[in-house]
Structures are given as structure tokens and as C-alpha cells.
Write a protein that binds this ligand. Structure first.
Ligand SMILES: [Ca+2]
Length: 185
């Protein structure tokens, strides 16, 4: 009996060690926030509706945010979310979202597009952005997008901005999720 008990104990110990080793890998990204636009939490986002309008519309599920820009001049129409910098400084953020596009215009300059962007205001070098986050043109059905970025260690302010810059069209947003991750890949 003793041998069997010892074997069980040994087995449990190995299992416990295995769990300790494996758990951090499974928890590489921790969800911090979720915005479905089906409850009041979307009010965390501030509308910058210059040159267009921002409203709720039929979504991927339930309601979604509808960002429409009618002005063809420079400038942007977007939703903005300020992140609590004490929580995010030096951390890797991941954003997942469902997006849909309707007749989003095209201009040669890279930044004139539908877009998902994040900006960190840093002490040393002013505003910093990732270069590889989403730029969208044309008309497309609901699709899932996901982006990651390490927020600079000297960030003093961090903001996510989603909308349209310098082009007309509509971008729809649903199921936005923010994660804090341990790895960029
Ligand atoms: Ca929704």
C-alpha cells in the first residue's frame, strides 16, 4: 500500500510541476477589457466626430459602433480610448476586433485610410506609434483583426484611436478586446 501511495504522490508532484511549467505559456495574454457595444461600457470611448458622425448600428452581434466620415479634407473622424498609463507602461498590448468597411476611400498617402492605431506620448521623443497596425480601404464584410505593440517605458499618455483619416466611408467596429501579453509573437 505504501508503495502505491508513494507512486500516487510522485505522480501528483510531477503533475504539479508540469502545471507550474505549462500555466505561464497558456496565460501569455490576459484579457483586460472587452467592448461589445451592447452595453454602456462603450462610453469609455470618446467620439471625435469632426467631418462625420459616430453612432450605434447593427453589429457583428447585437450592436456595433458605426464611424462615418463624409469630409474629403485632411483630418479624422474616430473613436478614442485613453488607457490608464500606470497599468500599461512598458507592457505588451494586444487588441482584437471585428471590423467591417463600406466604401472607404483611397488616397496615396499611407495614413489616409480607415485605421486602428495606438499612440504613446513619450518623455524623450514625443508621440510614438506602431508602424504595422491596420489600414483599411474599400468595402469588406466583417473580419477579425489582431495587433500587438510594446508600450514604451517612458510613455506618459496612451491612446487607441479607430476611425477614418482624410478619406470618406464607413468603418464598423464590434467585439473589441484588449489583452496584456508577455510576448510579442
Ligand atoms: Ca456587439
Amino acid at each position: 500500500m505504501k508503495i502505491i501511495r508513494l507512486s500516487i504522490l510522485a505522480g501528483l508532484s510531477i503533475f504539479a510541476i508540469f502545471m507550474v511549467e505549462v500555466t505561464p505559456l497558456l496565460a501569455a495574454c490576459e484579457q483586460i477589457k472587452s467592448y461589445t457595444f451592447d452595453d454602456e461600457s462603450y462610453k469609455d470611448w470618446e467620439p471625435h466626430d469632426e467631418g462625420g458622425s459616430i453612432s450605434l448600428s447593427d453589429g457583428f452581434s447585437g450592436k456595433a459602433a458605426k464611424i462615418q466620415r463624409i469630409c474629403t479634407e485632411d483630418g479624422f473622424t474616430a473613436l478614442e480610448l485613453n488607457l490608464p498609463v500606470t497599468l500599461w507602461v512598458g507592457q505588451i498590448i494586444r487588441i482584437d476586433a471585428m471590423i467591417k468597411g463600406d466604401n472607404i476611400g483611397d488616397k496615396p498617402e499611407h495614413n489616409n485610410a480607415g485605421y486602428i492605431n495606438i499612440e504613446a506620448m513619450t518623455k524623450a521623443s514625443g508621440p510614438k506609434n506602431p508602424t504595422d497596425w491596420g489600414r483599411f480601404h474599400g468595402t469588406f464584410d466583417w473580419k477579425a483583426v489582431s495587433y500587438k505593440w510594446r508600450i514604451p517605458d517612458d510613455a506618459q499618455k496612451v491612446m487607441i484611436r479607430i476611425g477614418l483619416q482624410g478619406v470618406t466611408g464607413i468603418i464598423y467596429l464590434d467585439n473589441i478586446k484588449l489583452y496584456r501579453c508577455t510576448e510579442l509573437e
